[in-house]
Design a protein around this ligand. Sequence first.
Ligand SMILES: *[C@@H]1O[C@H](CO)[C@@H](O)[C@H](O)[C@H]1NC(C)=O
Length: 330
Amino acid sequence: MAGKQMKLLLLVSVVISSLAVNVLTAPLPRAIKELSVRPPFLGLISAHSYKQATPFSDDGRRFHIGTIGSNSVIIVGCGTGLVNAAATTQLLLDFFPIRAVIHFGTAGGADSSLSVGDVVIPMQFSQTGIWDWLKSEAAPQPDNGVADLEFRRYHIPIGGYNLLGRVAYMKEYFFSQTGEPDVPVRKFWFEASEDLLQIASTLEGIELDQCLNGVCLPKQPKLVLGVNGTTANFFVENAAYRDFLHSTFHVASIDMESAAVIMTSLSSGQQVIAIRGLANSAGAEEGEDSSESYDAIVAANVEKTVVALVNNIPSPRLGRICGKNRKCSA
Ligand SMILES: *[C@@H]1O[C@H](CO)[C@@H](O)[C@H](O)[C@H]1NC(C)=O
């Protein structure tokens, strides 16, 4: 894996051994109890797995305990897809004292004005995998539909009828601690937390690497804030669908976990943000998909951004996480 990634892992593992020696052999419930009296952690959820020995594991996942700068962190890999992402987020929030969730990974780029290798911190994510699959193009738009995909629009030559009909994109069913029990709120966009976005905005202009181990991105990568992202349970490698997502929902990144991490965190009243590096163009690239060749350099830049963000978050001694110049309520 990437050198930078190794360095982060190394950093974390070094701290793991000095910090958690006394709980290394403790069963999970005792370890959790010991950690519960510590100041709260930043919960870092990677879309990839961290295959490293660590004191705590549950349901096949390892929770790596350590520090980055003056902040205590717990890093866990969630694996692919919305179910894994939501389950991991909920485990993290239920077992450990968490101040905020920082999710990261790679994504497909949906906006042609961005380049492969750019790192995005979207302000909001949608889940574009909840559909009402309708009989025909003429079927009425369902109550909670937000947009349609008509299959016949993609015929070449143009025209004709398509038995697959039409797909209507539906809003999510959002349950939260502050909402009425058992009554979901129908929502399409899930916003990253304003305080974290504001801290992230101080990273603008961060120097990202163009080359790693002899592999160079076609362009000097940059950090891009203020875009939208979307998530669904399928890997998009199709230019027509990528363009549909971009023109319909104005999204810049396509992935398989972010919306689930954000939604699960918000559901528990947690602050959350997601950082994604564009490893490919979701099928719009000419020739072969570039994702594998750029994976390492993109992951390294994402981790550089994560570490910079963590370093800009005040340590728990200073109280609640607040963006600069923002008043924090208790
Ligand atoms: C993000 O999505 C919202 C809602 O669809 C839209 O109004 C906004 O213009 C989008 N932002 C960008 C940067 O495209």
